[in-house]
Design a protein around this ligand. Sequence first.
Ligand code: ARG
Length: 464
Amino acid sequence: MTKNKNNQTIWRTRVKKKGSVLFQKIGSSIEIDKNLYKQDILGSIVHVEMLFRQKIISFKIKNKIIFGLKKIESEIKKKKFVYKSEYEDIHMNIEKRLFEIIGDDAGFIHTARSRNDQVITDFKMWLKIETLELIKKLENLNKNILKVAQRNINTIMPGFTHLKNAQAVSFAHYMMAYIEMFNRDKHRFKNNLESLNENPLGVAALTGTSFNIDRNFTSKKLGFKKATNNSIDTVADRDFVLDFLYSASVCSLHISRISEEFIIWNSDAFSLINLSDKVVTGSSIMPQKKNPDTLEFLRGKTGKTFGNLFSMLTILKGLPLSYFKDLQDDKELVFKTNETLNNCISILNEVLNNFSPNKKRMLELAENGYIVATDLADYLVSKHGMSFRNAYRVTSLIVNFAEKKKKKLNELNINELKKIEPILTSDVLKVFNLKYSVNSKKSYGGTSFANIKKMITKYKKNIL
Ligand code: ARG
């Protein structure tokens, strides 16, 4: 048997001349995929256990390999492991070290597998853990938003369309819109678990293996629900990577929208919220400034996250089956996206704990822009049996009149109103009240105070 020379790459007997030093350096992924060491070692332990059960390797060799792998794991944990870029990636670094520790018996570890199935097995296991973490994190974020909502059921603000005052709304209802978004994000991540639960290990390079392996055993031991169906698809597939990057992008987009919203509300023009000093920064020249940099950071980071999704889509587009080196970049994109998203959720939580709505200003702004016009039209329909279009027409005449007189709707008196629409009685004046307006939206999903309270109870029971 040719001995494995430890200072050489595994394929040295075939690729005889020393390769490009530059490519060895930049083509190596060890600095990125060393993140997968735990999964790689666990995957290898289960793999050799399976090989032994199937009588492919001996009891003694299996034990020797497991001993060596555990030693490597403790070396890595104690930061005593020396990663070498000439061994390309985490899989080869561990295998080479195994040779150093247990000698040539290490050569049995790679029976019936390839790095092609090994890398995605590790990656899926890692991604599953991180996905579960993100799900928990999103639940906590929603708990935090719910706290804000609970304190603000009666806080009235203008709801906008086209950034123009549209209809009055409870600030709680507004914030709870984000609970819905982050809850959908959570479910998107949850749905991804389905493909993450399919075990790639055992498809080897691309066609499967001639050894009598037991993929159900490795699936069970590694926490997968089943083995993947097609060996070629398995090594070529990175849909699970796209799923993660897309889910993270949508979540990041939601974080960006709430950030943008807060930036606008925090502007001097709107002044709808105040940010505490913990989440603002100063200016180097303008002494008066308190800038919402944290929120701008969150909004900006979405660009990078989208970019990572597009990088992966582009890498995959036009790539024939099955494995190509192009795929190696998948991990960096996912690790970065994951780190960024985790940071962004934490920062958003900090902002939520360090801001307060400017209730007076919210109400003041809601009183502008004829925001109760729709309420008046609705009233004409329900009280006086008008068609909605007719009610719309009468209401716009009233708004035109008020605008000409430079008055708000609630500043008009009943005689002025009667001149435009004689059937009106003084009962109409109640619809100009903002509380009345908010509370009248009793349809399911609307902003009435009773609806909000019911929805809060529902959130507490079902989604948090
Ligand atoms: N480091 C490689 C990657 O991340 C592992 C798979 C290598 N397989 C191969 N045939 N070169 O994609």
